[in-house]
Every structure is written in C-alpha cells, then in structure tokens.
Write a protein that binds this ligand. Sequence first.
Ligand code: NAD
Ligand code: UFG
Length: 342
Amino acid sequence: MKILVTGGAGYIGSHTCVELLKDNYDVVVLDNFSNSCQEALNRIQRLANKKLSFYKADLLESPSVRQVFKDHKIDAVIHFAGLKAVGESTCIPLKYYHNNLTGTFNLLSIMGEFNVKTLVFSSSATVYGDPSTLPITETFPLSATNPYGRTKLMIEEILQDLHTSDKDWNIALLRYFNPVGAHESGELGEDPQGLPNNLMPYISQVAVGRLPRLSVFGADYDTPDGTGVRDYIHVTDLALGHIRTLPKLAEKPGVVIYNLGTGNGFSVLEMINGFEKASGQKIAYQVTDRRPGDIAACFADASKAKRELNWEAGKSLDDMCKDTWNWQKKNPIGYRTQPKEE
Ligand code: NAD
Ligand code: UFG
C-alpha cells in the first residue's frame, strides 16, 4: 500500500513515516519545509533502513501536488501539513486560513481527480474549546477560540460535507491531545524555530541551557496544584495511532473520529518534576500570569480508539521525558547540528 504523507518532514509526520516504513508501507512525502528540513527525511530513512519518495512541494501550488498523483498510485493520504502555532495564528490569521484551508482544498480536489478517497486528517483537541466536564469524549460540543483552532474545526466540517456528497470518501478525524517526546533513538524530535510555544520543548531547552528559565503560565487554576493540566501523549504512540487507523479506513466506515490521548492529565509542575527526574537536570522556573486563551484542564477519554482501533498509548510520562531529553542532548540546536544535505 502506498501512502502519501503531507507534512511528513515535520514533528509528528517524521515519526509516522518511520512507523509506516517499518510496517512495509510505501511512503511518499510532500512537504514545503516551511517548518522542517531535509535532515529529518535523511534520518527517517536511516532509522527504518528503507527509502521513501520525496517531493519538495507546497499544497498551495496545485500543479506540483498533481504531479505526485501522476507519478504514484496513491492508496491513502495522511494529511499533517499545516501551520500550527496558536499565538501566531491570532497575529496572521489570513496566512493560517490560506495555508491550512486552501492547502486542504487543493489536496482534496486533486485526490478526487485521481479517485483517491481515503484520508487521515490531523485534527486537535483544541476543537473541544473549554470543555465543561472531563474526560473529553468524541461527542462533546465543538468550538474554536483562535484562528488555528478554527481551521481545524472548519476542515473537520468540510470533510463531513465531502463524505455526505460522495459516500466513496472514507475519512478519519484524529484529534490529538498534547504530543511530546521524541524517537527513542534520539534521532528524530521536535525542532521548533525560534522561541518554543509549547511546554515540553521549552522545558528541554531550559535543561540544555538554551533558555534561562521556564515561565509557568498561572498557578491559580482550579486544578490540584493550580497549574494547567493536559493529556501529554508520546509522539511514537501517536504515530502508531495513524497506522492503526489505516485498516479501519479500509473497512469503508465513512467518517470516523477518534481522540488520540492517554486519558491521563498532568499539571505543569508534574511535567517539570517528571523531566527533572528523567534528565537529572534542574529546571529553573517562575510563576507568571496566565497565558490568554489557556484553559485549566484538558484530557481525553481515549476508550473509543481502544475499542475500535485496538490502539492505546503505551508510553509513560517517564518515557516522554527521557526521550525528549535524549533528543535534546544529542541535538542541542535541533537538526541544524548536522551538515545540511539537499
Ligand atoms: P510541524 O510543523 O512539525 O509539521 C507540519 C509540516 O507541514 C511541516 O514539515 C511543514 O513544513 C509542512 N507544511 C506546512 N504547510 C505546508 C504546505 N502548504 N505545503 C506543504 N507542506 C506544508 O507540525 P506537527 O507538530 O508535526 O503537526 C502536524 C499536524 O498535526 C498539523 O496539522 C498540526 O496542526 C496538527 N496538530 C499538532 C499538534 C501539536 O501540538 N504538535 C497538536 C494537535 C494537532
Ligand atoms: N505552559 C507554561 N509555560 C510555557 C508553555 C506552556 O506554563 O512556556 C503551560 C500552558 O499554560 C498549559 C500547558 O503548559 O497549561 C501546555 O501548554 P502547551 O502550549 O504545551 O499546549 P496547549 O495545551 O496550550 O496546546 C497544544 C497545542 C495546540 C493543540 C493543543 C491540543 O499547542 O495546537 O495542544 O492538542 F491544539
């Protein structure tokens, strides 16, 4: 089976490509490297000891996307490509709407032209807004509080409409909770450009000495220790969730929706402690004001994915922290530690 992975050079995409290759799928990656680089692709192939096909192409440019479908008989698409920084999306909303929505429209139209109607879409727990109870099931009400979240919500709705109009489409909406960690080899990981927006890369850059201290955004939430609670999931577990989704889509189920999380919530202070234990490094931090738009707590009911995909997250908080630290130590300035290859 041949899978097109859009955004396959990125954080979650790269880990998924390794697992796909290990599982004997043929992999074609399309990425414009707007938030990634060639070195990630080199490492994927080294880790899996297999080759993938690669197109440096932008989803906004239909002819180059069409070329991929002309060159390869694609069976299914895993669609990771998109811009993902919540804060940035509030400053440059049009860029987010254009990239995420138009990019997806182009992809879907071209998939239709070539009669490729099997899609796994990267959605996010952000579509649940501020949930009134926990844990979150897939039937909870949906809302968005920022342009990034709105692109996810809109694409989910568009995909539902597409299936309503043409029952040949089989689509999985995978709602990720908080992806963290790195490949256990330390060869692949998250490589944010500039100041990290998310907790785990921020902690690991403090640990490695790139940043002086972490700001803990609020300690007055209605949570056990006052700091925000999230459902952190190891990126390899997340990657495996995509692999388990492919046979499900082969059963032609129409549109299916799954939470990919662990079902456990950890606070910011618990994450700091966990990381200190796993790394042996002290994490300097100070409590500051709440970050606008943050919610107190968010964690998944992940039982539907367990029941229907036979998937559940297997890695612990200690694994998440150890693997993040291993990646950060081996690659203190990310993929740029390696000579550039093109
Ligand atoms: P990432 O930025 O590391 O990967 C996205 C990849 O898509 C990058 O390699 C980038 O170069 C590429 N890309 C972006 N726009 C493109 C375009 N127009 N054409 C071609 N390539 C393009 O992000 P990630 O963390 O791996 O996230 C993957 C997906 O999962 C995204 O859709 C994101 O919104 C979603 N998601 C991520 C998180 C998270 O916290 N990381 C949580 C929920 C959902
Ligand atoms: N936090 C800090 N300091 C930091 C960064 C984060 O205290 O420097 C706190 C936040 O306040 C929050 C927790 O750590 O309580 C997690 O924050 P992240 O920024 O790591 O993650 P979010 O839950 O805010 O959002 C992430 C992605 C979204 C995605 C969502 C659900 O950024 O795109 O998970 O999947 F939608």
